[in-house]
Design a protein around this ligand. Structure first.
Ligand code: F6P
Length: 342
């Protein structure tokens, strides 16, 4: 969606901003960029605390640059976040739309993942001027190459996998590491590649347990080497997967197996350079878009450029793993199952 230069919306005096769903490192740089850009353009900015719930609770505060001055390097979100149940119902959305009007908010920036941007789309359908910013470590939003938080989470996982490899190597063990991502295998696949894991188990593809067990057995018998399996949480939990491995083998493995569930450590931490830049670029573009009368859209990274894309084209669409990544994994001899989509 191209921005039309010069078509500034003069009625857009007050912009609201909220973060919703699972927090993601880089949300704070995005909030900061929204505030600074809006102030620069002569608007007032209202921070809505605790996600969409803050709209109903009137939990708001005016934001200024000073409040956000030390925030660019902080993980999480200073506005706090929630998964608002009221926004799943049409009546709740109608009520939310009314409340935003009562609060005097003319345009809204929603920073969050799939569910949050569905809420943004619904508000836009009800006549609210809204621009969304994709932020979720899962990287499951169609229409954008990257969401805010993915890079930091991937770097955290990479560091953890490297550490686990040290101990796995020392004890000749096999480690199964469960990573987040909900129904997306992006984090599992890319960290398996960057850490040189032997196996990635992804929700998008059928895993082949026969091949996995054969690979582990042969590797251990021939070389006594350690092995790393990265399991995306969307497949099943680590305990269940090990049980299935043992069922296929018909008992315990000769090699010792350990499991690690990385959990919420993946969501925290200092945002990387990439996520800070993405937060700044998306935050600035969201406000610029609103001021140029764009609505019902989200910021997106497309061929490395920050752009706006219609939410109607994005919501409900499945994001597929990039074929290039799958080819890479295949050529680097990572076992990731059969390319038959589930
Ligand atoms: O969507 C982000 C995410 O971290 C998923 O990867 C994970 O499945 C989920 O949120 C965890 O949610 P919660 O923090 O509510 O346990």
């Amino acid at each position: 969606m191209p921005l039309s230069p010069g078509a500034t919306n003069t009625t857009m005096k007050t912009i609201g901003v909220l973060t919703s769903g699972g927090d993601a490192p880089g949300m704070n740089p995005a909030i900061r960029a929204v505030v600074r850009t809006a102030l620069q353009q002569g608007c007032k900015v209202i921070g809505i605390n605790n996600g969409f719930d803050g709209i109903f609770d009137g939990d708001i505060e005016e934001l200024n640059s000073r409040l956000l001055s030390e925030m660019i390097d902080r993980g999480g979100t200073i506005l706090q976040s929630s998964r608002c149940k009221r926004f799943y119902q049409p009546e709740g959305l109608d009520e939310g739309r009314r409340r935003l009007q009562e609060l005097g908010i003319h345009g809204l920036v929603v920073i969050g993942g799939d569910g949050s941007l569905t809420g943004a789309r619904e508000l836009a359908r009800r006549g609210m001027a809204v621009v969304g910013i994709p932020a979720s470590i899962d990287n499951d939003m169609a229409g954008t190459e990257m969401a805010i938080g993915v890079d930091t989470a991937a770097n955290t996982i990479m560091e953890m996998l490297d550490r686990i490899r040290d101990t796995a190597r020392s004890h000749r063990r096999c480690f199964l590491i469960e990573v987040m991502g909900r129904n997306s295998g992006y984090l599992a696949l890319t960290t398996a590649i960057s850490c040189g894991a032997e196996i990635a188990v992804l929700p998008e593809y059928f895993y082949n347990m026969k091949r996995i067990v054969r690979l582990l057995n042969e590797r251990f018998q021939k070389t006594r080497d350690n092995s790393i399996i990265v399991l995306a949480e969307g497949v099943c939990d680590a305990y269940t997967f090990i049980t299935r491995m043992k069922e296929e083998r018909g008992g315990d493995f000769e090699q010792e197996i350990r499991k690690t569930v990385l959990g919420h450590v993946q969501r925290g931490g200092i945002p990387t350079h990439f996520d800070r830049m993405l937060g700044c670029r998306f935050g600035e573009l969201a406000v610029t878009g609103l001021l140029q009368q764009e609505t019902g859209c989200m910021t997106a990274l497309s061929k490395g450029r920050a752009t706006l894309i219609d939410l109607e084209q994005v919501i409900g669409r499945k994001k597929h793993p990039a074929p290039e990544l799958l080819r890479l994994a295949r050529n680097l001899q990572i076992e990731f199952g059969d390319p038959v989509e589930l």
